[in-house]
Design a protein around this ligand. Structure first.
Ligand code: NDP
Length: 341
């Protein structure tokens, strides 16, 4: 059992799957890639060949459900455009497989709930791909924020931005509400939201938000450009978060305590994080070993399957973010704060 590797199928061979996730299996200790699901057979064959996947284990979106007949596949990883997550999760669970699903879990609360129920009914595990919660720099930041090392926490700021370019395939669907569900908030603002939640270890009780999209910019006909949102936490911590498809690459957060300020910038990049602590005694960069966060999160799910444990970021974690993002949109639409029940 100790040597057993869990078999994974990847669904959707896009940028993220091919450049980050699939190569990460090379350093996974408990997980192996055994199947691919794609709408492009030639691409799937090329990737299967490169990573040693049996060409018999290539599926498409139509015969996806026949994964049920492949005993080598234990878990299915959904890496499709956001609004397709729910359908493929539910079908995957019905095919008797555990599910890992990319963020955002789905584009509405009802779909998230249906995904959780489908996995429960099938007796299968559901994990959301919140890689930052497995990444060593973020884990250190959480430890420092929650241990009192910064003094009493007062404020958090978190910013995630990049320029949306729908001429690229990976951004074409991101500009379409039907596939993306929303704009910068759903795609990258979710990292700011996650950070505020995992740094405090608390759930917000109120949100307020403003949204702006450049008028007449065709990229923002269907999805929003910039979102600013404030979260109020029960302890009194306030988090000011932003996301934008209009400002340049930014992936950072700061935690302001009574005694020290912690800056992680970049915070949620794939590699090369930088963690700075600043206080009365000056500024200090904390050196931590970079690790392959994709391998860490994939192996975490495999370990949960092998040892029958609940994943650290289960479906309920994804559902909570989607509920909060809906409250953020509601606050911006109504022009007033929204209380969270
Ligand atoms: P891409 O557009 O690069 O890949 C999506 C893939 O989904 C496509 O290549 C295609 O695969 C498949 N697909 C199936 N139906 C459609 C459709 N109607 N339109 C477009 N693609 C379709 O996107 P990303 O890889 O950037 O994102 C995929 C998911 O991963 C998203 O949910 C995103 O939020 C998440 N993500 C998470 C990241 C993280 O750090 N956790 C980082 C980046 C993305 P094929 O050609 O094989 O059929």
């Amino acid at each position: 059992m100790a040597d057993k590797k869990i078999g994974w199928a990847i669904v959707g061979l896009g940028e993220f799957a091919t450049k980050q996730l699939i190569p990460a299996f090379g350093v996974c200790k408990k997980s192996k890639l055994v199947a691919l699901v794609s709408g492009h057979p030639a691409k799937a064959r090329r990737i299967a060949d490169e990573y040693g996947v049996d060409p018999q284990h290539i599926y498409n979106y139509e015969n996806y459900d026949t994964l049920r007949d492949n005993p080598e596949v234990d878990v299915i990883y959904i890496v499709l455009p956001n609004s397709l997550h729910a359908d493929f999760t539910i079908r995957g669970a019905r095919a008797g497989k555990h599910i890992m699903c990319e963020k955002p879990m789905a584009t509405n609360v009802k779909d998230c709930e249906a995904m959780i129920v489908a996995c429960q009914k099938a007796g299968k595990k559901l994990m959301i791909g919140y890689r930052a919660q497995y990444e060593p720099f973020n884990l250190k930041a959480i430890e420092l924020a929650q241990s009192g090392a910064l003094g009493k926490l007062k404020s958090i700021t978190a910013d995630h931005g990049r320029i949306l370019d729908p001429s690229k395939p990976l951004d074409k669907w991101r500009a379409q509400k039907e596939l993306a569900g929303g704009g910068s908030l759903m795609d990258i603002g979710i990292y700011s939201l996650q950070a505020a939640r995992y740094l405090t270890g608390e759930e917000p009780i109120e949100v307020s938000a403003l949204i702006h999209s450049t008028p007449n910019d065709p990229r923002f006909k269907e999805v929003e450009e910039t979102v600013h949102f404030t979260l109020r936490f029960p302890s009194g911590v306030l988090a000011n978060c932003t996301s934008s498809y209009g400002y340049h690459d930014t992936k950072r957060f700061q935690v302001f305590g009574a005694e020290k300020t912690l800056t992680l910038d970049p915070a949620t990049d794939y590699y090369e994080h930088k963690l700075i602590l600043e206080g009365e005694d000056g500024k200090q960069e904390l050196k931590i070993k970079e690790e392959n966060q994709f391998a860490l999160e994939i192996d975490h799910m495999s370990e949960c399957i092998l040892e029958n444990k609940t994943p650290k970021t289960p479906g309920e974690e994804g559902l909570q973010d989607v509920k909060l993002m809906m409250a953020i949109y509601e606050s911006a639409a109504k022009g007033k704060p929204v209380k969270i029940r």
